[in-house]
Design a protein around this ligand. Structure first.
Ligand SMILES: [Fe+2]
Ligand SMILES: [Fe+2]
Length: 286
């Protein structure tokens, strides 16, 4: 399926709650609640080195993921626009990109505070998205990206960030997680609203291909998230206080969000995810 040369666009909104939110956003009735992060209050000396090192690593990885998300959501916004998707979806996707660069910035700052050094560097795979999804996105590619990136990926991110936030007592780490989490909730909804808009239009083969992709994503999740960051004895409390998520906790979080939310939601779209979840690749090599 190729995107036509010229695309006719009218002002169409979805029939999801996103449309109402979009209208309220335009009239200035809703703005996202900002959370300020008191960076200068961080006291590095309160924490043992192993906890700081783990938190630094976690924030550096977070910065990488957030930075790559700027590219992914910019592509999604562009793909939605050029395929004539409803305006509320295009607007929401464009907003996500600006959220992600702010999250990347936050994670950079937190990593630097934990490292006690401003020289935090990340490595971004600049060709990855294009190699994976192609230069121009057609609707079916958008379906696959939406399943993988916001619907499943951002839902997992929400669950993980919520777990980090629940552990974090640090004066800086806690508001940082609160702020990021507040946005990620909207990001995952974008995926589900998109799918709610698209699902009724799918032909049987399109639905099947979407189901195949959903299945591929679902079978990998447990193994992908099996290992958290486990602090050595004596640094565990401090690592938790900085929001570091240990393996056992992470496994429980992933299992819960998959079985209670993601798998049932995919099933409801006719994507048969519970079968994929039953035959998933098990963590720990099992
Ligand atoms: Fe983010
Ligand atoms: Fe996000």
């Amino acid at each position: 399926m190729r995107t036509p040369e010229r695309v006719e666009i009218r002002r169409v909104l979805t029939e999801t709650p996103l449309a109402r939110q979009h209208d309220r956003m335009l009239t200035g009735k809703v703005t996202r609640r900002g959370v300020s992060v008191p960076w200068s209050k961080f006291r590095r000396s309160r924490y043992p080195e192993p906890a700081l090192a783990l938190a630094c690593k976690a924030q550096t990885m977070l910065a990488t993921g957030e930075y790559e998300a700027v590219d992914l959501f910019s592509r999604l916004a562009s793909g939605l626009a050029l395929n004539g998707a409803p305006i509320d979806l295009v607007a929401a996707a464009a907003r996500v990109a600006t959220d992600e660069i702010r999250h990347a910035d936050y994670a950079f700052r937190m990593a630097a505070l934990c490292a006690g050094d401003d020289e935090v560097k990340i490595e971004v795979r600049s060709r990855r998205a294009e190699a994976r999804w192609g230069r121009q996105l057609d609707l079916e590619t958008l379906d696959q990206m939406m399943i993988e990136i916001p619907a499943v990926g951002e839902a997992l991110a929400c669950a993980l960030l919520a777990a980090s936030r629940a552990r974090a007592t640090d004066t800086v780490a806690r508001p940082l997680f609160t702020s990021i989490l507040g946005d990620e909730v909207h990001h995952t909804r974008l995926g589900w609203y998109y799918l709610a808009w698209r699902a009724p239009q799918w032909t049987r083969p399109e639905r099947q291909r979407a189901a195949d992709r959903a299945g591929e994503v679902v079978v990998e999740v447990e193994r992908r998230f099996w290992w958290g960051r486990d602090a050595p004895e004596g640094s565990r409390k401090a690592a938790r206080a900085l929001g570091v998520l240990e393996s056992v906790g992470q496994r429980a979080v992933i299992d819960q969000i998959m079985t209670e939310e993601i798998v049932p939601a995919l099933d409801q779209l006719g994507l048969g995810a519970s079968h994929a979840w039953k035959v998933r690749k098990r963590g720990g090599g099992g």
